[in-house]
Design a protein around this ligand. Sequence first.
Ligand SMILES: [Mg+2]
Length: 374
Amino acid sequence: MRIRNLNIQSLKIPFKVNFKHSSADRNKTKSVLVCTETSNGHIGFGEGCPREYVTGESISSCFRFFNQHKNHLISCIHSLSDIENWVLQHEEEIDKLPSAWCAIELSILDALSKELSQSVEKTINAPGLEGRFQYTAVLGDSSAEVIQTQTTQYNKYGFNDFKVKITGDPDIDNEKFNIINSTIPNARIRLDANNLWQNSQDVLKYIGSISTELFAIEEPLQAMDFKELSVLLKSISVPIILDESFCNKHHFDHILTDIRNVIINLRISKMGGILRSRQIAKQATQRQIPLIIGAQVGETSILTRAALTIANEYRENILAQEGAYGTLLLESDITDQPLTFGKYGRLDIARNLGIKEYGFQIKYKLKDYAQHRV
Ligand SMILES: [Mg+2]
């Protein structure tokens, strides 16, 4: 493959509803879209979601990374092994700017696979996608009225697995848990604290004061505070999900003595693309650390699709999957056939993807995006 051009643009698609949690409040996407054009006219797309509170990235840091490396990438990337070598050689930089690289890598893999007339899975020697994927309902930090409306909608869809963004105030949060438990008595509930507390005692106090059984709690402590995490893991029976505290393979080093009650939230964008995510999924599975396949709020069908590669290959080690909101949350998607869950929160590959297509098998709205040059 010869890359003729690489482009980046920021992607601001309005949401149909606001989404809020303790670290952010958004009403439109905050993403970058990279487009790879090959000399044979194939076009691939990739998406990255920079998040200050997760990896310290911003839209402008993605543009800087892209502009710094664009010409080198065009001249040196022709195959999968070229991409793999580039990732190895730039590991430290990608650790700092994972979503910037994610957008570039996905777009090149999409274009390369189209050049080779095959799926991205085939290109990276991963198993072909098949079957169904089960998604979790996610409730943001909203008022009790909104939570009631959304829980009722999720109940109609047949969901019984919930992730709830919490405030840390037991009175406010208990009201939400009561709504879920009274609407769906068999609901499995996990919480996302988005780094609310400084110390383990406050986490334990909160858990002792809430009125629901917990499947797990995500990021109760400050991001990357592995010392306090170790203290908490010794005294808590509820599993801890690491999200902001687990962004690359070096973070295994901090948790290896305490893996018994740890779950990793794997998101393609924060881990720096599919190839690095796949390595983390492999190592986690070898170490018997379960995974949740996470998503970015407001991601388009590109990142939803990219996550399926990992969710499909490591199905046996995955406790839950998030995302696939597509145009349930966004005013529009990059495709007219968005990847969204349906009844019971399921996404069926045979029904949702053009499996005879190549690359990520998404039919993009090219006129809206490919001709927009930056
Ligand atoms: Mg999270």
